[in-house]
Design a protein around this ligand. Sequence first.
Ligand code: 5GP
Length: 198
Amino acid sequence: MKFGTLFVISGPSGSGKGTILNKVIDDANVSLSISATTRQPRSGEKDGVHYHFMTREKFLSEIENNNVLEYNEYCGNLYGTLKSEVETLLASGKDVILEIDVNGAKQIAKSMECVRVFILPPSMETLKQRLSLRGTETDETLNNRINQAHSEIDEAYYYDYVVVNDELEDAVKKIKSILEVERLRASKMKFKIDRLKK
Ligand code: 5GP
């Protein structure tokens, strides 16, 4: 039986990981896990597409019922990965991407085999500009996200790959290459294990 590969992608808010991943998902044969969150939807965001939006009460009951693989509180809201999103896909042989923060990535790496990729902005100035241009944040939440970005970036050292998102297409190509290399590695490993068992 072939299990899919689990990819964990992190990077500070404004690093462009969402934009990169939308392009990667378009033509790579991989599924993006939809996280649960207690934050309010931004304009244009749809429930079940961008996130599973839920109340804090519902989120806490999902944790209580052991339906959450990892979670974290980020800028006052809870974000987490639902078991139901990931386990069935991996077991059916599909590769899955989790787009989660550094704390969630640490929790996943403790309990599951995964490949971790960190996306960096080219500079803090660019990150600030991208967040302001997005127009989704108030001055307060913008500053919170920038402060959070400083501590998140320190964690890049612990990832398997680091990609700088300077030119979007270039970053997309790099992420696709990482997926290909790691798939190949996983299937080679499976081949070796199957041969040993014969
Ligand atoms: P945003 O509010 O910009 O959509 O996401 C804020 C942060 O939450 C981002 O760093 C994003 O990667 C992270 N995040 C999104 N989903 C999850 C999740 O399921 N678990 C964790 N730990 N972090 C998440």
